[in-house]
Design a protein around this ligand. Structure first.
Ligand code: NIG
Ligand code: FE
Length: 402
């Protein structure tokens, strides 16, 4: 017997329309018909088809229903935290200066290398719960704080265990997150190790766990050429590229992502106009991370408006990580999208649902049209816009009961 239910007593329903790039349906007094964990019908309650007349009702309690948030860029697993370094930054030392002294990512690498798989899983699960309470139903998660094969392998094993426990995740291999201390600044040799040894071995040891690979293409880290070679090796292993691109300086990361047919190019504070056009043409999703710009105290916000005008389907994400954005809160990102990237509420909402899911190649997440997974959030507000309007308010959604 099919499991059929109708969600009623909704103040309204807000969902992006997967058939149109930036269109958001706003349906007052809505109902949502669900069958076997999927959306079967949505519309005004008064128009509910007669075939649903005797299906059990779920009371929405007068809330607004929306799809769950999808976070397409996190560095979920790492050891330790960097509050000490943060305090130094508050005293005027720059992020790059701290990194050049062997702190920054390297500090987290030391703490991560000494963590066991069990410790990584335990802290990861606590973070996933915090994301979930705030309405995030699916995340992309990167390795990258191991910077050598065994530690990267433990991170991948920890993600496999979290997936096994039922968390909805996509894993991205990022052993090229920084130069490993063992290579003494020899990016060329490090890139070769990643492409020729580490990625193939990680995929061999953990078959089916990762879907994507990523490289930090940045001045002083990996060049676009080195990135290209790593991504090509990843592609041969069935891993789709996602690129840390144009984050601190303009390095041609967006252009590289377009050339490779990457799923996404992320950060992009220093993206060129040519890069934006290339991403639009190659259907690369720009994933913008305004929490990082805020937390690093930078002035250059990613040019979201120009990207939208260029035809890009912009997505937003937290970039959750211990150094540049220790933030699990989708509402903070939604607010920054509107207030600093100058996106409309509907655009920022679409960027954190439909376009985020699309960048991860999930057609059934990030919207509530027929066929979508019934990951429904219920918000106790009069109007959805209030989520950003009451700036510091810690709204939490309710979830549709199973
Ligand atoms: O996405 N760009 C590289 N990686 C992270 C920061 C990592 C860290 O500081 O620990 C980022 O911003
Ligand atoms: Fe990142």
């Amino acid at each position: 017997m099919a499991d059929r239910r109708v969600l009623t007593n909704l103040r309204g329903l807000l969902t992006p329309d997967p058939a149109r790039t930036w269109a958001v349906d706003r349906i007052p007094d809505a109902a949502l018909a669900l069958q076997d964990g999927r959306v079967a019908w949505l519309g005004p309650a008064a128009d509910l088809p007669a075939t649903w007349a005797d299906a059990p009702r779920v009371d929405g309690g007068g809330a607004w229903a929306t799809p769950g948030f999808v976070d397409p860029h996190t560095h979920l697993l790492f050891g330790g935290n960097r509050s000490g370094e943060f305090n130094r930054r508050l005293h005027g030392v720059s992020y790059q200066q701290i990194a050049s002294e062997g702190g920054g990512i390297r500090e987290t690498v030391r703490a991560t290398r000494s963590a066991t798989v069990e410790e990584l899983v335990a802290s990861g699960e606590a973070r996933l719960k915090a994301f979930r309470e705030r309405g995030v139903v699916h995340l992309e998660c990167k390795t990258g704080y191991g910077l050598e094969l065994e530690a990267e392998s433990r991170l991948t094993a920890a993600y496999a265990e979290l997936k096994q426990r039922g968390w909805s995740l996509d894993v991205t291999l990022l052993p090229a997150h920084d130069l490993a201390p063992e290579f003494n600044g020899d990016a060329e040799a490090n890139a070769r190790a990643v492409a020729e040894d580490w990625l193939p071995e990680l995929v061999r040891r953990h078959p089916g766990v990762a879907r994507f690979c990523d490289v930090f293409v940045e001045t002083g880290v990996y060049s676009a050429d080195q990135g290209r070679r790593i991504f090509e090796a990843g592609k041969r292993l069935g891993l789709l590229p996602r690129v840390h691109a144009d984050e601190l300086t303009r390095t041609g990361g967006a252009e590289l992502a377009a050339e490779l047919g990457a799923a996404s190019a992320d950060h992009l504070m220093f993206c060129s106009e040519a890069g934006m056009k290339a991403m639009a043409e190659a259907d690369v999703t720009p994933v913008l991370l305004p929490g990082t710009t805020l937390f690093l105290g930078m002035r250059d916000w990613a040019p979201a408006r120009r990207m939208i005008e260029a035809g890009c389907r912009v997505a937003l994400a937290t970039d959750f990580n211990p150094g540049s954005c220790p933030c699990v809160d989708p509402l903070t990102i939604l607010r920054l999208g509107c207030l600093q990237l100058r996106m409309t509420f509907e655009e920022a909402f679409t960027a954190m649902t439909l376009h985020a899911a699309r960048s991860l190649r999930h057609g059934d997440l990030g919207h509530l049209h027929p066929g979508a997974k019934a990951d429904v959030l219920l918000w106790g507000v009069n109007e959805m816009l209030e989520l950003i309007y009451w700036v510091g308010e810690p709204y939490r959604p309710r979830f549709l009961p199973a």
